[in-house]
Design a protein around this ligand. Structure first.
Ligand SMILES: Nc1ncnc2c1ncn2[C@@H]1O[C@H](COP(=O)(O)OP(=O)(O)OP(=O)(O)O)[C@@H](O)[C@H]1O
Ligand SMILES: [Mg+2]
Length: 105
């Protein structure tokens, strides 16, 4: 399992959310954040508002999720966002006790 963490332009999130659902990736976590990339913000703003998306998927689904995110956020200009992929040790669906990938879908 991997956790995909994407820092996105807030205005891109709705389309990404819809496309993920259409592709069968329903479960996700999102929250508003502030951040800066290599340009260091846009003066006078040091930190710009972004949306952070977190989605945990089996290894086989990582590239598909990345493709969906990139498709809906790449303009080819600075600030398009960034994606991080992290290993996930385990998952627990509290209701059933299912573990690992069985707890995801
Ligand atoms: N190395 C990093 N660590 C943590 N967060 C990051 C990192 N790089 C980018 N981010 C987050 O992602 C957001 C968007 O980054 P951004 O798309 O500007 O990346 P970039 O590396 O500056 O690339 P670009 O040159 O295309 O703008 C930042 O505002 C920040 O919240
Ligand atoms: Mg940048």
């Amino acid at each position: 399992m991997k956790k995909i963490e994407a820092v996105l332009r807030p205005e891109d999130f709705e389309a990404i959310k819809k496309a993920l659902k259409s592709a069968g990736f329903v479960s996700l976590t999102v929250y508003p954040v502030r951040g800066r990339g290599v340009q260091g913000g846009i003066p006078p703003y040091d930190l710009l508002p972004k949306m952070k998306l977190e989605i945990v998927v089996p290894d086989k689904d990582v590239e598909g999720v990345i493709d969906i995110i990139v498709k809906h956020s790449r303009r080819g200009i600075p600030g398009d966002g960034k994606i991080f992929v992290l290993p996930v040790y385990d998952a627990v669906r509290i209701r059933t006790g299912e573990r690992g990938e069985e707890a995801l879908y």
